[in-house]
Design a protein around this ligand. Structure first.
Ligand code: MGD
Ligand code: MD1
Ligand code: SF4
Ligand code: MO
Length: 899
């Protein structure tokens, strides 16, 4: 009761609720296991069996000489608990009763749901083939145990699983081309060490929220930051110089800088001679590298020459693909073209050799002919010279003085680094863009040291203890697993029209060649269609480029679509069966990221709510049910010819759980930790008690105590060969497809203009969501306009009679999306942006979404799989999703609005 409301208010009953939020009876570790680069360790506070809130754990150990990682979190993560108790939660197994996407469901028991799915699986294997079964689940770095559950299941039945890193447009294709790597980056604490920082096509203040502070701290510490982006984005507000570039022209800018650097003699000649292919000899007659097999009878076609200026002779360069180390590598790490780490240290050291970078020489071939040869640099020089600041300025819209100043800063105010991401990597020609970025670093010697490098951050792609994840996911070995290249799969089975004939590129021809010669895999094989699609931890349908083609052509091919989720996302909505998954605070799993060098965990704060179960358990139960159904149907055994495996579905459960040794997610977590050198010796209990643990080793550099991890030291400092054809950072690719596309060297390729519409369509990542996750969170929606919208410049709006908040239609020949429009000063004229990626059921009018105007476009260079380090390995090489090159028109929508 209240006597004096100002002074003596006595809290009781419900009034106490708010105060008591800040007390708890249980504190557990938690994090957010979605495709987010943050990987932020949290504590989760529970009272009377109710999760009250999450809070950053602030216990990542400090590194030396750089600001700390603590606390790390973001606006979305601190609302993670909303998904446990919110209306989005999937509580029970559901079977569809209406049309796909209609949202009409029947609540069923686990037993009925599993039996329904198991029937679909067994019938498909029996009547079609096991490779008609498709499992999509992305990002092993977050929740490797959840990830492994579905891969293990698919592996054991002979289904196929999907690549995601390339499909999302995140895989740095250009890095694989130049460095033979899937990608590797510095951890973000090292941003602080960059003196010149080019924030180039990434928007860290919005998309790396927990780490953006390192940039501001670097700037306060005297570093100079350029932000290069077509729009004045959130990170640009913190820049020393904002460089407003025309969309898709970044390669020209980078080459303009390289040109200035070479002209002003600011280039690091030693680095170029030792670490790159620029001194390697190319035949003038064939444009191919001069190979040992050209010069010596019976010589290797994967050994190459340089011209030694001292002896005036061609000399073989050490460390190429044709050379095997004395100590053969046992392991073939998935993230590199081949394992070169067993070559001795110092192998690339030039010793007395002085390779020529310039000049034309004559070489006598084994067949008696004499041919002219030139170092790659000599071949490249005339092309590079074309990128004068004035010409580049016309292409990019960046003033010549800015290009020159940036080039000088990058070369002289070292260490210098590039931070990049989706803004430059989601383009058709993103591979050439990245090649020019790496060139800029190689030319200035900005690689392999703290504060340097091309640091490409995108989704949560780097499962550092790779071997442990692989062993758990592929019990028969990854060689006996069907990896499907998702972009190609979608394009092919979705019968996508890409309009690339308008650019003079016959995609179908390259695709056919690639598939028929086995360069890229297509599943199912033997002309079959995919029949069963199981999706979890990813919102595949929602992030499908070419959405309208997919819904029209691909989705109907599926006899059975299943989604496992804790919330009703778009893929779940369009599925036949939906299974309730445990939330991140209701299960045990691991988490890591390329943005820091620590591994940590989540654990159950409460039991899985309603009838939900952890993904690991769901797949074990499904395995058991498939065995039972198979027995009932009298179809239990089949022979998998491709891998020579006699499969027996009645054994599936035992195999899935390894006879009980992997029955729980806790066991599976420890299995991963134990089976990878990066984490061997770390236990779950250590993480629980002591907090995040630093990796003991890493991918391409050693880990040093207290020092931020930077990649590439095994090559640059230890001088081991790069895992490329030439054993160097390889800028020249003498492959027919690269010649045909005119990209045997890194050059500027204009963005694709296949759609005959006036505006570029840009779909960047939002501050208020991680992809589709949290798009529907009420608190996040309150921070914006309450729903999806597109953004357009005042000039473009005026020209079209569009007012702020009008409903507009964004359209081209592929599809349309009807959405509200925001007029934004920071947007560049000639471009319209729509944040990736509202759910299909959010307030959009009609069936379309932002993926509708975007076809799938396969770049032929990424379909190559027969060139040393350019070969298909999952998420290592293959065509990307490509989601920036589309052109659209925007007009006011005048139809009726029924939302
Ligand atoms: P984007 O947001 O797509 O990429 O995030 P980022 O790597 O930051 O684009 C970044 C900036 O590049 C934008 O300002 C965009 O307008 C600009 N840009 C567009 N075209 C060009 C161009 O041609 N040249 C240049 N120089 N710039 C261009 C993506 C990343 O974010 C990814 S891949 C994932 S998986 C995560 N997703 C995510 C999220 O969804 N939400 C939040 N809050 N954070 C996220 N972090 C990760
Ligand atoms: P994804 O995440 O993984 O489906 O999508 C990622 C993708 O959008 C990415 S990385 C990129 S870069 C991308 N970008 C992009 C662009 O910029 N433009 C255009 N036009 N297209 C683009 N396409 C791709 P999302 O949407 O967050 O979905 C994750 C789902 O998983 C659920 N989930 C879980 N489910 C289970 N079973 N278990 C879990 O532990 C769990 N955690 C999350 C989640 O609810 C959501 O539905
Ligand atoms: Fe960190 Fe990502 Fe969670 Fe945000 S959503 S707190 S960035 S892990
Ligand atoms: Mo991503």
């Amino acid at each position: 009761q209240t006597k004096d409301p100002m002074m003596q208010h006595e809290y009781s009953g419900w009034e106490n609720y708010h105060r008591e939020q800040w007390s708890w009876d249980k504190k557990t570790r938690g994090t957010h296991l979605l495709n987010c680069t943050g990987s932020c360790p949290h504590f989760v506070y529970t009272k009377n069996g109710v999760v009250m809130r999450e809070e950053q754990s602030k216990d990542i150990p400090k590194l030396t000489g750089v600001p700390e990682y603590n606390p790390r979190g973001c606006n979305k993560g601190e609302c993670a608990v909303d998904y446990q108790y919110g209306p989005h939660r999937i509580k029970y197994p559901l079977i569809r009763v209406g049309e796909r996407g209609e949202g009409k469901w029947r609540r069923v028991s686990w037993d009925e749901a599993l039996e329904y799915i198991a029937n679909g699986i067994v019938d498909t294997i029996k009547e079609e083939a096991s490779d008609c079964i498709s499992v999509f689940t992305p990002v092993p770095a977050v929740a490797p145990v959840s990830f492994a559950a579905g891969h293990r299941f698919a592996s054991l039945i002979g289904g196929h699983t999907h690549t995601f890193f390339d499909w999302y447009g995140d895989h740095p294709t250009g890095q694989t081309q130049v460095q033979g790597l899937q990608g590797d980056t510095c951890e973000t604490a090292d941003w602080f060490n960059g003196r010149t920082i080019l924030m180039w096509g990434a928007n860290s203040a919005q998309t790396r929220i927990p780490d953006a502070h390192f940039l501001q701290e670097a700037v306060l510490n005297g570093s100079k930051m350029y932000v290069i982006s077509p729009d004045f984005n959130a990170t640009a507000t913190k820049a020393d110089v904002f460089v407003g570039i025309k969309p898709g022209t970044d390669a020209a800018l980078a080459l303009g800088m390289v040109n200035v650097i070479v002209n002003e003699n600011l280039h690091d000649i030693h680095n170029l001679k030792e670490q790159t292919d620029l001194p390697f000899l190319v035949r003038k007659d064939t444009k191919m590298y001069l190979r040992e097999s050209d010069v010596v009878e019976g010589g290797s076609d994967a050994k190459f020459y340089t011209w030694d200026t001292k002896t005036k002779k061609p000399v073989l360069m050490k460390g190429s693909w044709g050379e095997e180390p004395e100590k053969k590598a046992k392991l073939q790490p998935g993230f590199m073209g081949r394992n070169t780490f067993t070559f001795p240290d110092g192998y690339l050291d030039l010793g007395d050799l002085d390779p020529a970078l310039e000049g034309t020489y004559k070489v006598k071939l084994a067949n008696g002919e004499t041919v002219k040869v030139q170092p790659v640099f000599e071949v490249y020089k005339p092309k590079l010279k074309e990128y004068t600041p004035e010409k580049v300025s016309k292409i990019t819209g960046v003033a010549p003085s800015v290009i020159t100043q940036m080039a000088r800063d990058f070369a002289k105010n070292k260490p210098s680094m590039i931070i990049t991401g989706g803004g430059t990597n989601h383009w058709y020609w993103s591979d050439t863009v990245l090649r020019t970025f790496i060139l800029l670093c190689a030319v200035t010697g900005n690689e392999g040291y703290n504060g340097t490098g091309v640091n490409h951050y995108v989704g949560q792609w780097k499962p550092t203890p790779l071997l442990g994840v692989v062993k758990l996911s592929f019990p028969y070995s990854p060689k006996k697993h069907r990896f499907c290249q998702t972009t190609l799969w979608t394009y092919y089975h979705g019968n996508v029209y890409d309009a690339m004939e308008n650019e003079g590129i016959d995609t179908a021809k390259y695709l056919r060649e690639s598939i028929e010669s086995g360069q890229m895999p297509l599943y199912p094989q033997n002309g079959r269609d995919p029949k069963v699609f199981i999706c979890y931890r990813g919102n595949w349908l929602n992030n499908a480029k070419g959405l309208d083609y997919v819904l029209r052509n691909l989705w109907p091919k599926m006899n059975l679509t299943v989604d496992m989720n804790f919330r009703m996302d778009s893929t779940a909505l369009y599925s036949d069966v939906v299974l309730p998954s445990a939330h991140w605070y209701e299960k045990t799993d691991l988490s890591m990221t390329e943005e820091h060098s620590f591994i940590h965990m989540t654990e159950p704060a409460i039991k899985p709510m309603w009838e939900s179960k952890p993904d690991w358990e769901i797949f074990a139960l499904l395995a058991k049910k498939v065995g039972e159904v198979a027995k009932k149907k009298g179809f239990t055994r089949y022979f998998d010819e491709k891998f020579n495996i006699a499969r027996d579905l009645t054994k599936l459960y035992d195999l899935q759980t390894d006879e009980g040794k992997l029955e729980t997610d806790v066991q599976a977590c420890q299995f991963i930790l134990d089976n990878a050198p990066q984490t061997a010796g770390i236990t779950l209990d250590m993480i629980r008690k002591e907090g995040p643990q630093r990796f003991k080793s890493n991918w391409t550099s050693p880990m040093k105590e207290g020092v931020p991890y930077v990649p590439l030291q095994n090559f640059i400092i230890k001088k081991k060969p790069w895992p490329t054809l030439t054993g160097r950072e390889q800028f020249y690719i003498d492959h027919a497809t690269f010649f045909e596309m005119g990209v045997e060297l890194p050059v500027y390729k204009a963005p694709v203009d296949a759609d005959q519409y006036p505006l570029r369509f840009n779909t960047p990542h939002s501050r208020y969501a991680i992809h589709s996750t949290w798009k529907d969170n009420i608190l996040q929606l309150r921070l914006q306009r309450g729903g999806p919208m597109c953004e357009i410049s005042p000039a473009d709006a005026k020209a079209r009679g569009i007012r702020d908040n009008d409903w507009v239609e964004v359209f081209n020949d592929h599809g349309r999306v009807i959405v509200r429009c925001k007029i934004r000063n920071g947007e560049q004229t000639g471009r319209v942006s729509m944040h990736h990626e509202p759910e299909l059921y959010m307030d959009l009018i009609g069936d379309g979404s932002s993926q509708s105007p975007l076809p799938v476009r396969l770049n032929p260079t990424a379909l190559v799989g027969n060139y040393a380090h350019l070969k298909f390995k999952p998420n290592y090489y293959g065509p990307g999703g490509v989601q920036r090159d589309a052109r659209v028109e925007v007009r006011r929508y005048t139809g009726s609005v029924t939302v």
